[in-house]
Design a protein around this ligand. Structure first.
Ligand code: NDP
Length: 372
């Protein structure tokens, strides 16, 4: 028998209130269509917190499959696992393979799991770290998909590895939450694909810290990094015009991670017929859309949800993941800063819960990743 631990919740609420560390054992005889895996790394994303809170767009099914006293769910939508054993010889997976979730909301915050072989996707592990593989499937894929679907590259057949666009001069996109996992990925893909980016960050406590973050994003390939204070000021309009040659180069796409005033200002920075794609609402503020932008500039306001895309196009998703992992291998895609949360056998429940709870707090030094 394999001894396993999982974070579980049986009712919605704040993670620190509702999460419990559950210990169980896994029988060696697993169904033929299943695999027993051990977790190498699992990330903690804002959506996971919202799922536990019960405020996310989809709910996890609850069950007593791992022997919890009440029907429960294991949070976590992202991670990388090593195959320990397979239920049947027919499986294309073998011991030692690395897999990531193929199904949504599979529950990654656990030391071991039995998954359906079809619910995981094998990845080539050569030259990659568990953290790189554990963080590939949500943030980088979101940025990749949005830029491909709505950026100047739209219309190219999806599901194929992306080649540089080599656009003369590079077309512009703008985004807020630019230092988020998604934002950092968008900067890097933008650079690789010949786009230019305007990146809005929140002001730090001191100008030095803001400048340090600005430099960090420039290091990733950002063309322009703007603190929110400047972005929301009266002067921004003229400054933007200057950057875009008096508006002759238009900003064709906006990526909204934040909502509220920041989203409105983002919409105002866009050119005729551009799209504002909202994928996150970190400020928890609704988006107010000036009617003039709809009527006179015909700006398109759309939303994006990766889960939907993954369901619609699993083959495209696989190509995308392989493509991004390859960019990581080649050193063309830098790791997101992480806040490592060590999960050893004797790590206490309180320590795990505390690490999870901070996820929605702003000004974090990195994405939470459980390392086993
Ligand atoms: P990260 O945890 O990597 O980054 C969080 C970002 O939000 C940082 O830029 C942070 O800026 C900013 N932020 C935090 N609090 C606030 C606040 N109160 N007001 C404004 N900005 C704030 O996040 P991810 O990249 O993982 O996710 C970002 C968003 O994208 C989330 O809302 C997530 O749910 C969503 N998302 C949506 C997907 C989809 O399919 N629609 C897929 C992936 C992510 P600072 O450093 O200044 O605090």
């Amino acid at each position: 028998y394999t001894q396993a631990k999982a974070l579980v919740y049986s009712k919605h609420g704040e993670p620190s209130d509702v999460l419990k560390l559950h210990t169980h054992s896994i029988s060696p005889s697993i169904p033929s269509s299943s695999v027993l895996v051990r977790t190498l790394a699992a990330s903690v994303n804002p959506a996971d917190i919202n799922t536990v809170q019960g405020t996310y767009g989809s709910e996890q099914p609850m069950s007593s499959l791992i022997g919890t006293s009440e029907p429960s769910a294991v949070p976590g939508n992202e991670g990388v696992f090593e195959v320990v054993s397979t239920g049947g010889s027919s499986s294309s997976l073998k011991k030692g393979d690395w897999v990531i979730p193929a199904a949504q909301q599979i529950g990654t915050w656990r030391t071991h799991a039995v998954f359906g072989a079809n619910d995981v996707l094998k990845v080539e592990k050569d030259s990659l770290t568990p953290t790189q593989v554990a963080t590939v499937s949500v943030n980088p894929c979101t940025a990749y998909r949005i830029l491909r679907e709505y950026g100047p590259s739209a219309g190219l057949k999806t599901g194929l590895p992306m080649r540089p666009l080599e656009l003369g001069g590079g077309e512009w996109f703008a985004q807020n939450g630019a230092n988020s996992g998604v934002g950092r990925a968008a900067i890097q893909f933008g650079k690789l694909w010949g786009l230019r980016s305007i990146n809005v960050i929140r002001d730090r406590d001191s100008m030095e810290e803001t400048e340090a973050l600005r430099q960090e994003l420039i290091g990733l390939g950002a063309d322009v990094v703007v603190p929110e204070s400047q972005f929301l000021s009266r002067e921004w309009k003229d400054q933007l015009a200057e950057m875009t040659r008096g508006g002759r180069e238009q900003v064709g796409l906006g990526l909204n991670c934040v909502g509220g005033k920041s989203a409105t200002a983002l919409a105002r920075s866009l050119g005729e017929g551009a799209s504002l794609v909202s994928y996150g609402g970190m400020s928890k503020q609704p988006v107010a859309l000036p009617l003039g932008l709809l009527i006179f500039k015909d700006i398109r306001f759309v939303g994006f949800w990766l889960s939907k895309w993954n369901q619609k196009d699993p083959v495209g998703r696989k190509h995308m993941v392989d493509d991004i992992l390859n960019l990581m291998r080649l050193g063309h895609f830098k790791d997101v800063p992480v806040d490592e949360i060590e999960w050893k056998w004797d790590t206490e429940e309180a320590a795990l819960k505390e690490a999870v709870q901070g996820t929605l707090k702003g000004f974090r030094k990195g994405k939470g990743v459980f390392l086993f």
